[in-house]
Design a protein around this ligand. Structure first.
Ligand SMILES: [Zn+2]
Length: 340
């Protein structure tokens, strides 16, 4: 059985600069790179650029050409929040390709699990559109690569503060990929209502858990225990991907969720246990958002502890009755698809 926890990252991803004062700044990745460099016992996996064929499983040729064409130019604007610098197109290819590279190492049994420290982030990127700080949808490209390598069922759990509209849309009619998102709602980008459950053959394979501002560790523990984990168990993924945004931490300047590192550690441990139980231990966390540097490093520590076998989650204390309404909406939306 595969052993060891890996990471993948590359200094060239620091060269993506979306503009002075932008919250998605290179220091976010720099503090995480410093953190893994100081951590003994992690296996480093080589970064690589995604190929055209890998990107084309998710994105249109037009979008890929536009991002490529931005390379070497000082500034190209893709939407009001999303701009590139000379190094951004290389960074974006490396971000997507590095996640694939790590997933391949886990699938090959070279390592047991791992974290992909990448930027620009990915979960808002649509098939034909860069948006919300994202150029390519890194986690979607990786899920498609796993499917192409014969993994029958992939679960993506997105605990970033924001809804991953691009990831949802990539897989909404695909029964082989379960997309689960907890997110502040209503909030940017506006999608992610509980009744968005997927369509066609993918009906029931999109699980949105929209949370009001103010939800924290206790509410998230209930949402995981009473809805997310039961559905993941029934889906029985062969590989688990986490869209790990650390903007759900209460210190984040952009959002209104109030998780602490203990709450994030609990989510990471619950998902690691599920991967051990159902997916041969195969789990990879992919950096999405997170704009407070201390929240980023604490979040990475929480994920690494879980991946390296930290004990079962402790009970989270606190009144979680505020989650009743969200759970009722999720149960109603998914009653036709899962036992809850
Ligand atoms: Zn986010």
């Amino acid at each position: 059985m595969a052993d060891g926890t890996a990471y993948v990252t590359d200094p060239r991803m620091l060269a993506h600069d979306p503009g002075a004062g932008h919250p998605e700044r290179s220091d976010r990745l720099r503090v995480l790179q410093d953190r893994v460099a100081a951590e003994p016992g992690l296996v480093r996996i080589g970064a690589r650029a995604a190929t055209d064929a890998e990107l084309a499983r998710v994105h249109t040729a037009e979008l890929i050409a536009r991002v490529d064409a931005s390379g070497g130019r000082p500034r190209v604007h893709f939407d009001p929040d999303t701009a590139t610098s000379a190094g951004s197109s290389d960074a974006a290819r490396l971000a997507a390709g590095s996640v694939v590279s790590l997933c391949e190492a886990v699938l090959a049994g070279q390592v047991r699990n791992g974290v992909a420290l990448v930027r620009p982030p990915g979960h808002h990127a649509e098939r034909d559109r860069a948006m919300g700080f994202c150029l390519y949808n890194n986690v979607a490209v990786a899920a498609r690569a796993l499917r192409a390598r014969g993994v029958p069922r992939v679960a993506i759990v997105d605990w970033d503060l924001h809804h991953g509209n691009g990831t949802q849309h990539s897989f909404e009619d695909d029964p082989s990929v379960l997309y689960v998102s907890t997110h502040q709602y209503p909030f940017y980008p506006g999608t992610g209502a509980a009744h968005e459950v997927g369509r066609g053959a993918g009906a029931g394979r999109t699980l949105n858990v929209p949370c009001p501002a103010g939800f924290g560790d206790a509410e998230f523990a209930r949402l995981f225990d009473e809805a997310i984990v039961p559905i993941l168990r029934q889906f029985a993924p062969e590989f688990v991907l986490i869209s790990a945004g650390f903007d759900c931490d209460g210190r984040d300047p952009l959002g209104g969720l109030v998780l602490t590192p203990a709450g994030i550690a609990r989510m990471a441990r619950v998902l690691t246990s599920l991967a051990e139980e159902r997916a041969g231990g195969r789990i990879v966390a992919v950096l999405e958002g997170g704009y407070d540097l201390a929240a980023l490093t604490d979040g990475l520590d929480a994920v690494l502890d879980a991946f390296r076998g930290a004990s079962e989650p402790e009970a989270v204390r606190g009144d979680a009755r505020a989650a009743d309404g969200v759970l009722a909406r999720v149960r109603a939306a998914h009653a036709a698809y899962w036992r809850l």
